[in-house]
Write a protein that binds this ligand. Structure first.
Ligand SMILES: Nc1ncnc2c1ncn2[C@@H]1O[C@H](COP(=O)(O)OP(=O)(O)OP(=O)(O)O)[C@@H](O)[C@H]1O
Ligand SMILES: [Mg+2]
Length: 310
């Protein structure tokens, strides 16, 4: 089983307009709501790839009925801790004319000491049943910036941990030596406080993190420029697949799901990177967090071009 952790979940409301006019009345082409939050997105994709996935984390009690109905659409297996507040709604405004996405994210609920103890106990229990625990996304108010570090430290082998977080959460989380991190290039640059202009510089930066913190794999995603996977003794560049980009929502989450799915099945790094690339490309070719099938991934993964880099 693969567990995903979403501490600051959100209902994703995707609003599509042809051309947005600021300060005027805008007519909506379509609107849809999906249960979001990075870990929940990862769990949804893992499930469609055939992995057994469980989503844990916090959820708001006041609008739980609506949240449950969204979760049921996906048939997700969940083990969530209820907080005495509402789950926030994040709005993604997609303009079809410019193909741009504008995010309007609410801050969401805050958590207290009881909720912290509850998630700690949950991680202890799920670590004993999972091959991987994937921690992704921002933290709600009330949690310290080293909270991912604290939770990752609770994960006991043979269970392995994965971290997809930004800024101080990533910097602190690294200290607990997660098996895999998936920064995008901007997150990696800001974590290191330096610009990475060449492939060689990116690989060297990843190796630095591997040496210093005991990370096993660093997967650096670069949007439409592809991705680079670095381990202690291997570095691979994955060319991006050419797709018609309809929305960039969830590309990173999909990529991570594809990669972890393959790792959990011991399919090797090349297949993992190919599937990750296929999942990222499929995500951007869909609107919002619309799902895709395992057959789509297999078909696209066969077209991915990898090459060694250093
Ligand atoms: N325009 C694109 N064309 C083809 N593939 C893409 C495109 N954008 C993203 N991808 C694929 O998805 C992967 C992840 O994308 P990206 O680097 O944007 O993730 P991210 O910044 O972590 O996204 P997220 O907002 O979901 O956290 C890329 O490495 C690539 O394989
Ligand atoms: Mg990301």
């Amino acid at each position: 089983m693969i567990t995903t952790v979403t501490l600051n979940p959100a209902i994703d409301r995707t609003v599509v307009v042809e051309k947005f006019a600021f300060g005027e009345v805008n007519r909506v082409q379509s609107v849809r709501e999906d249960m979001g939050g990075k870990g929940i997105n990862v769990a949804r994709i893992l499930k469609s790839l055939g992995s057994q996935a469980k989503a844990t984390g916090f959820i708001g009690h006041s609008n739980i009925g609506h949240v449950r109905s969204l979760l049921e659409q996906d048939g997700l297996d969940t083990d969530l801790i209820e907080i005495d507040a509402a789950t926030r709604t994040n709005t993604k405004l997609i303009e079809t004319d410019s193909r741009s996405t504008t995010d309007i994210n609410e801050a969401g609920f805050s958590v207290d000491a009881a909720a912290i103890s509850a998630i700690e106990a949950k991680i202890d229990a799920l670590s004993a049943q999972s091959q991987f625990i994937v921690f992704s996304g921002s933290l709600p108010k009330g949690l310290p910036t080293d909270f991912y570090r604290q939770l990752i430290s609770r994960v006991q082998p043979p269970c392995q941990s994965v971290l997809d977080a930004d800024g101080i959460l990533l910097l602190e989380g690294l200290k607990a030596a997660p098996t895999l991190i998936k920064p995008n290039i901007h997150e990696l640059e800001s974590a290191l406080g330096t610009q990475l202009e060449t492939e060689a510089a990116i690989v060297a930066a990843c190796r630095q993190l591997i040496e210093k913190f005991g990370i096993v794999y660093v997967l650096v995603s670069m949007g439409g420029d592809g991705s680079i996977l670095v381990s202690q003794d291997q570095a691979l560049f994955a060319e991006p697949l050419k797709v018609d980009v309809r929305g960039t929502v969830g590309a990173g989450d999909s990529m991570l799901a594809g990669f972890v799915h393959c790792l959990s099945q011991n399919l090797g790094l090349e297949q993992a990177l190919s599937w990750a690339t296929a999942c990222g490309a499929l995500a951007v070719s869909k609107v919002g967090t619309e799902s895709f099938s395992r057959q789509d991934v297999e078909r696209m993964a066969a077209q991915v071009v990898l090459r060694p880099t250093r």
